[in-house]
Design a protein around this ligand. Sequence first.
Ligand code: SAM
Length: 312
Amino acid sequence: MAGKRVAHRFGGVWTEIKLKALNDYLWFYQNALKNKGFETWYIDAFAGTGDRHAELKQGDIFENSPIEHVERIFDGSARKALKINPPFSHYWFAEQHRGRARQLEKLKDEWPHDIQVRQGEANTELRALFNQQPWSGGATSGRQRAVVFLDPYGMSVDWETLEVLAATEKVDVWYLFPRAAVIHQLANDISGIDEGKRRALARIFGSDDWEGEFYSAKPAQASLFESEPVMSKGRHATPEDIAAFARKRLGKLFCYVSDPLPLIVNGHDYFELYCLSNNRYAISLIKRGVEHVIRKYTPASRRRSVHQEDAR
Ligand SMILES: C[S@@+](CC[C@H](N)C(=O)[O-])C[C@H]1O[C@@H](n2cnc3c(N)ncnc32)[C@H](O)[C@@H]1O
């Protein structure tokens, strides 16, 4: 018996779409690789607790049933992955929050699978994992293959971590790119970008090229006290330009960057979910699975710009 679950409240309709897309790919992956002699890993670096708690609206005034809010528990990514059949050879979860990591540990009581839980920072833990056996043999050795899920709240994935994953040439990475959080760093005038924001942008893009791509010189207003107008730089890049730049950067590391699955929060493009892979021998198979998933969920994702889940 699992005992009382730690409540981890997050997400909304977009989260269910994201997790369904991942889930479909995991089914596809495990069935495509079955009986091929691979040792498959499911690697979830921002794993949460295994559950997603959400408050749903229930009732209908037109049917004379009162509107009320009820708490529901959905499967989070870890629990969904554990239900995949055939199961992965190994499950590896990282989670920084101590209580959530403890909750992940309890999954070992419920499932017979090989489950490893690392309580720690995702980038550090991932780099440690890929620097040790069986992964450290490099791209040419070993029968290991993995799906890596990177599902941070914000801009927490380091470019160097993506470099490590790309270098394996054996992992498919589902990466939730935080478009809205990135745009939030990009002030209208370059002077509004302080050192902290610059560091965050360099960390996510792995370069400083964003400045030249997003900003251009504009004559500033002449000051009351200076005779020469001061030149400044303004942001000309639209949200779509910024998303396209991110995609171009990902293409520097991975030979396959999927079309993004847009995830809409309160009517705004908030995240993009990508599948990235450098496994050039399996690209056509990977593409087949990923493109099916992206095509399947994009219309639903675009349609649903609701604020809250309801209990239908
Ligand atoms: C969006 S939730 C992940 C939800 C999970 N994928 C699911 O579907 O159930 C993000 C999780 O990452 C954790 N987290 C945030 N920053 C982290 C970091 N740098 N390293 C590891 N975990 C982190 C948070 O505590 C949170 O549980």
